[in-house]
Design a protein around this ligand. Structure first.
Ligand SMILES: [Zn+2]
Ligand SMILES: [Zn+2]
Length: 616
């Protein structure tokens, strides 16, 4: 089913007022509006372009200028673009469980902000999409979900579970747009709702044997008990008990049965919901905390949508960096408790640390459960897609490792689907971005770096081109003086000697270690040349190997930006200890030109490229 969508922009004085109109249910228009109506519609290729740029975190300002450049007749206004872009962010990366809910007081138009979140293999909540809706009617939700649905490339990437509040319009929309996903409703909301109904209906007169508060508490407990029924039989038994308990208040029982149990038991009672891969999510908690995070970055709750977008954009940048750091940890730091244990031997760096932790905790059940799948219940496998106790018991019995294919794909993905430089051919040609106005030589330098990163570059500082430029750029970043580059090389020598075995194994052999180590010593002076000497190529700074070393000694995140060659844009994390809490403020970024390095200053909160996978 597809709903044709167009956008109607009504101009009133200087204020743009926006209404979403779709072909089936037209919203009533405010007839008192003055001015003329302008209908705009994004062409299919423009939609594609906006999606591409959104994926690469290009600010809306730049998207509009790009679109305008492409088509000077374009009637698009910024509002249209701002709205269009909320259809997508990172959805297809981790689609297993989506949690959605609206929040209010984010803008002066009183438009609710519909927020959709998912979570990564590291269990970090991230934003899948946003939509500002004119109201919370079913057709608006259908529109927003349709946008999301249209971006899922294959059926296998459809969400397994969708969690919402008990909002009828939203629940209906979810059922229509994602009929194959299991719908769940927030358990806490159901409990709260029933709790307040109990207090409303159940009154116990003073002087009675049992106090009113005790009666309330018992009813609430019995209801919770009912929700936690783990089989349909148990549910049947507990329902009988609950009916008995409610005998004195038939109105309460009728309310609970008619509005919760009859309609939604499959969406909230364990006996039903535990058949789905909900990964431990029984509430809409994740999206509610996401609302909180967003509101913190929204300094003005009654601003316009542009302000709202800027806040969202800033927040997404921070979020992206934080998630990348966690991916980096999962891929570069091995925890001691898994080392030399056959059971785990195939998993480190292949599955996230969060997943390893779940398996580790589940393995503690083995003593109790053994290989008996009835006793096991296998919820870890069904709900999380991870080996359950009875499977682990079999592995231990035969001294076999857990295979990577026994872990659900969600836990094995350690990157977002951000195609590096994918939009480089479509983004605006003008390199003048934000408040950074590059000089002529900087424009040339910028051209060596992927266009999608241009908006995040604050400055580019050149260093002397004597063959030590890579070390000079590092010295400039860490010691504020490029002339101190010999100190950088000394620290690197020291690091490589002190932790030789670690680097030898990372470089896959002593030869490579030796080659890199020797690059850190000065070349013998060539007396024959009178001209300024340039270090020979085998003394130059090289990625990826030296990226790891620098990240480790300076406890900074090192980024290489370049358009040249494979793995041109990469991020390096420290090999020991933990990455800094706010990595984006601690980035050392080198721009790799054809034969020269420069120091690139990135804006705070900028996205960083994918993690180097040397340890994969
Ligand atoms: Zn809730
Ligand atoms: Zn099991």
């Amino acid at each position: 089913m597809s709903i044709p969508t167009s956008w109607l922009l009504c101009k009133r004085k200087k204020l743009w007022h926006m209404t979403v109109v779709n072909g089936i249910h037209n919203h009533e228009l405010d007839t008192e509006l003055e001015g003329h109506l302008v209908a705009g519609r994004l062409k299919p290729e423009e939609t594609l372009l906006v999606n591409e740029m959104t994926k690469n975190l290009v600010p809306p300002r730049n998207i509009i200028s790009t679109l305008k450049e492409r088509d000077s007749e374009n009637t698009m206004s910024s509002k249209q673009c701002y709205n269009a872009r909320y259809r997508y962010f990172l959805c297809t990366s981790f689609p297993t469980v989506l949690v959605m809910d609206s929040t209010y007081k984010t803008n002066k138009y009183n438009m609710p902000l519909f927020e959709i979140v998912g979570f990564t293999s590291t269990e970090r909540t991230y934003n899948v999409g946003f939509a500002w809706l004119t109201n919370e009617k079913e057709d608006n939700f259908i529109w927003a979900l349709q946008q999301l649905r249209s971006l899922v490339r294959n059926e296998g990437s459809l969400p397994k579970v969708i969690l919402t509040d008990r909002d009828t319009a939203l629940m209906n929309a979810v059922g229509q747009v994602f009929p194959t996903s299991a719908a769940m409703v927030c358990r806490v909301h159901v409990e709260k709702n029933v709790g307040s109904k109990i207090k409303e209906i159940v009154k116990v007169r003073q002087g009675e044997e049992v106090k009113q508060e005790i009666v309330w508490e018992n009813l609430e407990k019995a209801f919770m008990h009912l929700l936690y029924s783990d089989t349909i039989d148990v549910y049947g038994d507990r329902l009988m008990e609950f009916r008995e308990l409610c005998k004195k208040w038939p109105r309460l029982l009728r309310y609970i049965e008619e509005t919760v149990l009859d309609t939604d038991k499959e969406k909230v009672v364990c006996a039903w919901v535990d058949k789905h891969m909900h990964m431990g999510n029984y509430t809409t908690n994740r999206v509610e905390s996401a609302h909180g995070v967003l509101k913190k970055s929204l300094t003005d709750s009654s601003g316009d949508l542009v302000k709202g977008w800027e806040a969202i954009h800033h927040m997404l940048g921070l979020q992206f960096t934080e998630v990348q750091t966690q991916f980096g940890q999962s891929m570069s730091v091995e925890e001691h408790r898994y080392r030399n244990v056959i059971l785990y031997s195939l998993l480190p760096f292949k599955v996230s640390r969060a997943a390893l932790d779940y398996i580790y905790q589940e393995a503690k059940r083995v003593d109790n459960v053994g290989m008996d799948s009835k006793k096991c219940g296998c919820l870890m496998r069904v709900n999380y897609g991870l080996p359950c106790a009875c499977l682990i018991a079999k592995k231990l019995r035969h001294n076999q490792p857990i295979r990577v294919d026994e872990v659900y794909i969600h836990w094995k993905r350690m990157c977002f689907n951000v195609e590096e430089g994918a939009s480089s051919s479509t983004v605006s040609k003008a390199p003048v971005i934000g408040n950074f106005t590059p000089t002529l030589s900087q424009i040339v330098e910028l051209d060596h770096m992927p266009k999608c990163m241009h908006p995040f570059i604050e400055d580019i500082v050149d260093v002397e081109g004597d063959g030590y430029c890579g070390f000079r750029a590092i010295a400039l970043a860490t010691k504020n003086n490029e002339a101190d580059f010999e100190l950088v090389r000394l620290s690197m020598q020291r690091e490589m000697t002190l932790h030789k075995s670690m680097y030898v194994s990372m470089f896959d052999g002593e030869d490579r270690w030796k080659y890199i180590y020797e690059a850190l010593f000065r070349a013998p002076r060539q007396r024959t040349s009178l001209r300024k000497t340039v270090a020979p190529q085998d003394k130059w700074f090289t990625f990826p190997d030296m990226g790891h070393i620098v990240a480790t000694i300076f406890e900074r995140v090192v980024v290489q930006l370049s358009k040249h060659g494979v793995g041109a844009c990469e991020t390096f994390f420290l090999l020991r200890g933990y990455p800094p809490p706010n990595p984006s403020s601690k980035v050392i970024c080198l721009g790799a030109l054809a034969n020269h390095f420069v120091l690139v200053k990135l804006k705070e909160g900028c996205p960083i490229p994918k993690t180097n996978a040397q340890w994969k």
